[in-house]
Every structure is written in structure tokens, then in C-alpha cells.
Write a protein that binds this ligand. Structure first.
Ligand SMILES: [Zn+2]
Length: 440
């Protein structure tokens, strides 16, 4: 189901400002912030030039590869959408959906069980029919670009695990939704929205405890050289954490990343081991300060709220489109009203279409919250060069320098260029650190 569990997005930055003069600047950008003295021969730090220099430090072939990877992702959005449409139309037009409902009505008498009896084969069928694209996108293509670390067997084992989770949670969701549809034939779209919000919130809440450990091992970070500077930033921002977690993401991928997951009491910040291996302390601080931004700015609750509003609009539109479709094709497909489980593929079709066309809105909502976390992160970590370096590392799987339109439509995080520019603007501003800066 298209539940946009966007809440846990990404990576960027940690940083208290006490590292000794960590002149982390890369050879490409070694100018220091100069605006101080009025002696005219110091060239002022130029954020635009510095941003360009960082971007130019990436070898051309590497840039072409990561651009190709990311741009291929644009097309995959389209292929996934068309495939979802094709599957739904096939299930409806072949009346397979109607026959499955008839079968379930014969075997069980209780309504909720009839819905469950329909939902399980439906979910299995959708998974099986999408498997070829899934296999290409998430296995072969990831290997082609050097981003995957798993052989087929462990990858497939995780697929089956994911499928099992989808069967349990998806069936539960469908049963509850149809119970609502039966009781509220006119206002189902309002109650349905509430069900979706509660369902998404519950998933986010339990994910760190019951779901994430099925795929990866999380253990507290013990190296005091990394842990203590991170905890110092947390303390400075009133974040009540006593430990930071490390996750063995290298089991699946070579990507550098970190995330905040959970809600309320289950909230947890985790760094992945690729990040720990590939990044210096300033970069790690830059990433962690960004993640702390998500926490302090309440992004989990906010994204869930935005999601609720979008789902409400989606359900309202779905109501109109569903009724219109049933009037037009209901007899042919043998699908009754909203409470008929045989109409589930139609509902999926409508939602896939709405989500597809809302892609720029959904991505922009997430990207804007990511940018807020970036701003929090740079102010907390005070590591502009660390932020720039990490932005380049994330550029392995995210296009570094897209056009503004591309960024608006497709990016759920700011592009590398936008992030580096923010860091360089921050650096150019040369902020004083309170009284300490002016006291001799
Ligand atoms: Zn983030």
C-alpha cells in the first residue's frame, strides 16, 4: 500500500564547534573565511565559487554514473505506476477480482473474514506480478551501480520477510477499512483517513522495536571519540538521549546514511556503519546534527499531519472517482459499491494515480522538512566543510547538480548543490559564537 512512510528520511550532519582547527577543507576549497580585517588584499570568501569548487572536485565519470543512476529513478516512478495500473486493470477486467470475492463469500460467512480471504491472495498476486520490476530495480540495478552488497539468496530472504509483514499489516488494514466502508457508505472517506493515520502512526511507532531489528542489527555506539561529541550536541539541544545507535547497513548497501525512526518513546537516531567507516568526525557531526534537527523540530509528528491532510484529499477524490468508475464499468467488472472487496484493485488504481500525479507535492513536502533539518544541522554542528563533504558522498546516489525544475519534481532531499551552497553561505556569514568570540 502506498503509505509513504517518509517519516524517517535521511542523513546529514553533526557537529559541535570544538574540534581543534579541523581545517577539513578539501584541496579544492582551501580558502579560509577572510572577511575579517579591512586590509583590502584579502579576497572575500565567495560562497558561489566555493560551491562550484566542491562540485568540480568530483571526477567527471563518477558524476555521470550517479546522474545516470538518479535519472533512471525518474523513469522507474513511471514504470512502477504503469505496472500498478496494468495489474489493477487486469484484475478488474478479467473479473478475477470478482471471482475471488465470490469464492470467499462461499467459503466463509463472516464479513471480516471474507475481506481477509480476499486480501491475502490479492496482496500475493500483486507482489508476484510486480516481482520482475522489483527484481530489476532493487537487485540487478543496485548491483549494476555498485550500491548493493547482498547476493541473491539473502536479498530474496529479506523480500520474503517483507512480504510476510505486508501480508499481516496489509490484511489488517484492508479488513479495518472495509469494516468502515460497510458502516459508513457516505462518509467512509473521512473515517478511512483516520484509519490510515492511525495505521501509519502505529507502524512508525513500532518500527524501531519490531520491524527494523528483523533486517538489521542495532547496537549502541561505544567509541567515545565519536559518541561523546554526538551526545554533547544532543545535550546542548535538550534531546534526552543517552545513547546513539549504529546499524549494520553494509549488510545490504554501500550507501552512506543515517536516520531517525520511531515516534514518541521509541524514537531512535542511528548512524549506518558505512557512514562511520567513510566519514571523518566533522562529517559525522554534520550528519548527526541534521538528524537531531528532525527530532527537535518534531518532523515525525509534522509529516504524519501533512500525510493525514493529503490522504484526506486523496480519499475525497477517490470517493468521486470510485463512484464514477463503478457507474461506468461496475456491471462489466462485477464490482458493487465501496464496501465490495472486489473493488479493492479499483481503489488501488485510483490511489496509485493520485500519488503519481502528486509526486512533486509529496517530494516537496519532504524536501522542505529536510531543508529545515539541514539549517538546524549546520547551526548545531558548525561544520560547513563537513556538511559539504557529506553532501558529496550522498552524491553517489543522488544527482548533485540538477535543474531547479528537476529538484522540485523529483527530490525528497535537497540536492548536493543546494546543501553545499547552504553550508558555504553559512561559512561566509562568519557568525560569532556569542560573547566568547569578542572576549580577548
Ligand atoms: Zn533528514
Amino acid at each position: 500500500m502506498l503509505i509513504l512512510l517518509v517519516v524517517a528520511a535521511m542523513t546529514l550532519m553533526p557537529a559541535p564547534a570544538q574540534e581543534s582547527p579541523t581545517q577539513t577543507a578539501s584541496p579544492a576549497v582551501s580558502e579560509t573565511v577572510s572577511s575579517t580585517a579591512a586590509d583590502g588584499d584579502v579576497k572575500p570568501f565567495n560562497p558561489a565559487e566555493a560551491t562550484r569548487a566542491w562540485l568540480d572536485s568530483v571526477p567527471r565519470n563518477q558524476r555521470e554514473k550517479s546522474d545516470a543512476y538518479f535519472e533512471g529513478g525518474y523513469w522507474l516512478i513511471l514504470w512502477n505506476f504503469l505496472l500498478a495500473v496494468a495489474i489493477s486493470v487486469f484484475l478488474l477486467a478479467s473479473r478475477l477480482s470478482a471471482r475471488l470475492r465470490d469464492l470467499c463469500e462461499r467459503i466463509v460467512k463472516i464479513k471480516n473474514l471474507q475481506v481477509a480471504c480476499y486480501a491475502i491472495p490479492y496482496l500475493l498476486l500483486v507482489y508476484a506480478l510486480s516481482f520482475p520490476l522489483n527484481l530489476y530495480q532493487n537487485f540487478f540495478r543496485e548491483h549494476q551501480y555498485g550500491l548493493a552488497t547482498q547476493t541473491f539468496a539473502p536479498w530474496f530472504r529479506e523480500q520474503l520477510l517483507g512480504l510476510a509483514l505486508t501480508l499481516v499489516s496489509g490484511t489488517l488494514l484492508v479488513v479495518v477499512l472495509y469494516a468502515v466502508f460497510r458502516r459508513a457508505p457516505r462518509t467512509w472517506w473521512i473515517w478511512g483517513t483516520i484509519v490510515m493515520i492511525v495505521f501509519s502512526g502505529t507502524l512508525v511507532l513500532i518500527a524501531p522495536v519490531y520491524i527494523e531489528p528483523l533486517f538489521n542489527t542495532y547496537k549502541p555506539l561505544t567509541d567515545p571519540k565519536i559518541r561523546n561529541p554526538i551526545l554533547a550536541m544532543a545535550q546542548a539541544n535538550e534531546i534526552p538521549v543517552k545513547q546513539v545507535f549504529e546499524v549494520d547497513a553494509s549488510r545490504q548497501t554501500t550507501r552512506v546514511s543515517a536516520n531517525v525512526s520511531g515516534l514518541l518513546g521509541t524514537t531512535r537516531v542511528a548512524l549506518n556503519d558505512n557512514l562511520l567507516k567513510q566519514c571523518t568526525l566533522p562529517e559525522i557531526r554534520a550528519v548527526m546534527a541534521h538528524e537531531m534537527g528532525h527530532y527537535v523540530l518534531n518532523h515525525g509528528a509534522k509529516l504524519l499531519t501533512y500525510l493525514g491532510i493529503l490522504v484526506l484529499i486523496g480519499f475525497a477524490l477517490a470517493r468521486v472517482l470510485f463512484d464514477a468508475s463503478v457507474r461506468r464499468w461496475g456491471d462489466k467488472w462485477r464490482v458493487g459499491g465501496i464496501a465490495d472487496p472486489a473493488g479493492l484493485p479499483l481503489l488501488a488504481l485510483i490511489f496509485s494515480t493520485l500519488v503519481f500525479f502528486a509526486t512533486p507535492i509529496l517530494r516537496t513536502v519532504v524536501r522542505v522538512t529536510e531543508r529545515e533539518a539541514d539549517a538546524f544541522g549546520i547551526n548545531t554542528s558548525r561544520e560547513p566543510d563537513g556538511m559539504a563533504k557529506v553532501a558529496l558522498k550522498l552524491g553517489v546516489y543522488r544527482k548533485l547538480d540538477p535543474t531547479p525544475l528537476e529538484e522540485f519534481i523529483f527530490f525528497d532531499h535537497p540536492s548536493g548543490r543546494a546543501r553545499i551552497r547552504m553550508a558555504m553561505d553559512w561559512k561566509a556569514a562568519n557568525l560569532p559564537a556569542g560573547e566568547s568570540a569578542s572576549t580577548p
